[in-house]
Design a binder for this molecule. Structure first.
Ligand code: NAD
Length: 248
């Protein structure tokens, strides 16, 4: 019960890594608002959780993460409902793997909008609430490609390099307000994002992982639990790799 009584918002909480983070946070005693892009997927995620535990303290919303007013409305609702906002997990993300020669500026903008600009906006909205209440934790989902880059789909690694920069800089700026800011950098993790890759590519990627397997969403979620908890009370500005020591 590492997060007993804490209130958390998890963006991209309807499936994959985010859904696993939501479930782990609930297991550890947190109250959670999961965010998704559509009401149907949010309802489905809530239903799945409630089916396992009807008493789980979880709600769901689907704000446009690039819209300051919608984000603020939802964050204030969560604070009013749970009495505080202690943890924000900026997890929603998209990737595109086009070659640079074909990469459309609209695609680049779409990736940067969700993977970086929404992180800025959500972090800023949460930080204002956290400063007022005397502290909090902001966690971002980065990626192993934020360390190495990747050979196609340049918008995605570019966005994740920027997420690391945002994480380290916000840790320095917000420390005085007792707000810790860290990121988790997953390696290849078994989610829809990876299911969309050709099997041959997954095998090629697995061959580069010393632990000999792709990560499970729970492997990544456990790192989020640690960083969100008071066990990590003196950890800030870190990019924690959860990638089986993958080398790409
Ligand atoms: P996923 O595709 O399974 O889930 C993505 C989540 O983001 C969903 O909950 C979806 O609702 C949300 N989302 C997508 N577009 C959105 C939008 N426009 N507005 C609001 N929410 C939106 O992805 P995943 O694999 O679980 O990835 C989660 C995070 O982990 C992402 O930031 C991703 O970059 C990162 N990541 C994943 C892997 C991997 O191998 N799966 C590796 C490294 C990093």
């Amino acid at each position: 019960m590492l997060l007993q009584g804490k209130a958390a918002i998890v963006t991209g909480g309807t499936r994959g890594i985010g859904f696993s983070v939501v479930k782990k946070f609930l297991e550890h005693g947190a109250k959670v608002a999961l965010l998704g892009s559509r009401q149907e997927t949010v309802d489905k995620a809530l239903w799945q959780i409630k089916e396992e535990d009807a008493n789980a303290e979880v709600v769901g919303y689907w704000p446009d993460l690039m819209n300051a007013e919608e984000v603020n409305d939802v964050f204030m609702k969560v604070k009013e409902l749970y009495g505080s906002l202690d943890i924000l997990v900026n997890n929603a993300g998209v990737s595109a793997r086009d070659s640079f020669y074909d990469y459309k500026p609209e695609e680049f903008k779409k990736v940067i909008d969700l993977n970086l600009n929404s992180v800025f906006l959500c972090a800023q909205t949460a930080a204002k609430i956290m400063k007022e209440q005397g502290g909090g934790v902001i966690l971002n989902t980065s990626s192993m490609v934020s360390l190495y880059g990747q050979p196609a789909g340049v918008g995605y690694p570019a966005s994740k390099f920027a997420v690391n920069g945002l994480t380290k800089s916000l840790a320095r700026e917000l420390g005085k307000d007792q707000i810790r800011v860290n990121a988790v950098a997953p390696g290849v993790t078994r989610t829809d994002m990876v299911a969309a890759l050709p099997e041959e590519m997954v095998q090629r990627l697995t061959a580069t992982i010393p632990l000999g397997r792709v990560g499970e969403p729970e492997d990544v979620a456990n790192a989020f639990v640690f960083l969100a908890s008071d066990m990590a009370s003196y950890v800030t500005g870190e990019i924690l790799s959860v990638d089986g020591a993958a080398m790409t």
